[in-house]
Design a protein around this ligand. Structure first.
Ligand SMILES: NC(=O)c1ccc[n+]([C@@H]2O[C@H](COP(=O)([O-])OP(=O)(O)OC[C@H]3O[C@@H](n4cnc5c(N)ncnc54)[C@H](OP(=O)(O)O)[C@@H]3O)[C@@H](O)[C@H]2O)c1
Length: 291
C-alpha cells in the first residue's frame, strides 16, 4: 500500500510515518519544495505523480495565535489546500484521511462533544479548520476526517516539551486551569489512524487519549512523571491561573473534550488513558536527547 503523507515532518506526521513504515506501507513524503500549500499548483501535480492508494493530510497552519493576524495564510493552508488535496486524492482514486481539531467547537458544552454536535469555532484557526473539513467532505465524500485534541509527541513543538523546558529554567510555572480537554499522544493517534484506514471507514471521527484534564493538571502530571523518571527539573511550584490572567490573541474553547465512543467501536484495543501515554512519551523522550 502506497501512502502519501503531507506534513510528514510535523509532530503527528513523523509518528504516523513510523507507524506506516512498521506496517509495511510504501511512503511518499513530499517536502515543501515539492508540495507547498501556499503554491496550489504544486498539490495536484505531486499527488498525481505519486498515484498513492491513500493520502493522509497532516499538514496544517497550526500556529493558533499567529493565525489571528494571518487569516489568509491559515485559510489558504487549512481550507483551500485541504480541498485541493482531497480533489487530487479523489482524481487518482486514493483514500483520503484528513486531520482536524477540537478547536472547531465553542467549548460551551460540559459533556464530551459527539461527531454530530454543532461546531462553533472561536478563532481564525478553528474556523479555517472547520471550513477545511467541509471542503474535504465536498471534494471527497468518502473521506475520513479525524478531529483530535491537545497533541504532543517526542518530536516537534508542544506543551509537554514547553513545560519541561520551563520546569528546568524557572522556579514557578503559572498555568491556565479553566480550560479542559484531553491530551493526546501522536503515537496513539497514529496507531488509530492506521486502523481506520484498514477498515476503510468514512465520515467524521473523534480521537483523543482517554480521560480529561485542565492545562494545569496536565502540567502537574508532566512534572510529576518527569521527576519520577529522573529528569533534572528545578524544585519549583506550579500555580493555577485563569485564562484572563494569560491573554492570548486567539480565544480557545473552555471545554473541548471529544467523545471517543464512535471510534472506539472500530479499534482493536481500548484507547489508552492520557496519563499512561504521557508516561510512555516521556520515556521515549528520555531515550532521544535530540528530540
Ligand atoms: N498540535 C495540536 O495540539 C493539534 C490539536 C488538534 C488537531 N491538530 C491537527 O493535527 C494535525 C497535525 O498537527 P501537528 O501538531 O503535527 O502540526 P505541526 O507539528 O505544526 O506540523 C504541521 C506540518 O504542516 C506542514 N506545513 C505547514 N505549512 C505548510 C505549507 N505551506 N505547505 C506544506 N506543508 C506545510 C509543516 O511543514 P514543515 O515541516 O515544512 O514546517 C509541518 O510538517 C493538523 O491538522 C492540526 O491542525 C493539532
Amino acid at each position: 500500500m502506497k501512502v502519501l503523507v503531507t506534513g510528514a515532518r510535523g509532530q503527528l506526521g513523523q509518528d504516523l510515518c513510523d507507524q506506516l513504515h512498521t506496517r509495511g506501507a510504501e511512503l511518499v513524503t513530499p517536502d515543501r519544495q515539492q508540495m507547498d500549500f501556499l503554491r496550489p499548483e504544486s498539490i495536484a501535480d505531486t499527488i498525481q505523480a505519486a498515484s498513492p492508494d491513500w493520502v493522509v493530510n497532516c499538514a496544517a497552519y497550526t500556529r493558533v495565535d499567529n493565525a489571528e493576524a494571518e487569516p489568509e495564510a491559515a485559510f489558504c493552508i487549512n481550507r483551500d489546500a485541504a480541498r485541493l488535496v482531497a480533489q487530487a486524492a479523489s482524481a487518482v482514486n486514493a483514500g483520503m484521511l484528513h486531520i482536524s481539531t477540537d478547536f472547531v467547537f465553542s467549548g460551551a458544552h460540559d459533556q464530551p462533544y459527539e461527531e454530530t454536535d454543532a461546531t462553533g469555532p472561536l478563532s481564525v484557526y478553528g474556523r479555517s479548520k472547520q471550513e477545511g473539513e467541509l471542503a474535504v467532505q465536498e471534494a471527497c465524500p468518502g473521506s475520513i476526517i479525524v478531529r483530535t485534541s491537545w497533541l504532543y509527541g517526542a518530536r516537534g513543538r508542544n506543551f509537554v516539551k514547553t513545560v519541561l523546558r520551563l520546569a528546568r529554567e524557572r522556579d514557578e510555572l503559572r498555568i491556565v486551569s479553566d480550560q479542559t480537554g484531553s491530551p493526546t499522544w501522536t503515537r496513539d493517534l497514529a496507531a488509530a489512524l492506521w486502523q481506520l484506514m484498514q477498515r476503510r471507514a468514512a465520515g467524521v471521527f473523534h480521537y483523543s487519549n482517554g480521560g480529561q484534564a485542565s492545562w494545569y493538571e496536565f502540567a502537574c502530571a508532566i512534572v510529576e512523571e518527569a521527576r519520577d523518571l529522573g529528569f533534572a527539573l528545578k524544585p519549583g511550584r506550579i500555580t493555577p491561573i485563569a485564562t484572563r490572567e494569560y491573554p492570548t490573541p486567539a480565544t480557545r474553547p473552555a471545554y473541548s473534550v471529544l467523545s471517543r465512543e464512535k471510534i472506539q467501536s472500530l479499534l482493536d484495543q481500548p484507547i489508552p488513558d492520557w496519563r499512561q501515554s504521557l508516561r510512555l512519551m516521556l520515556e521515549e523522550l528520555q531515550q532521544c536527547p535530540d528530540c
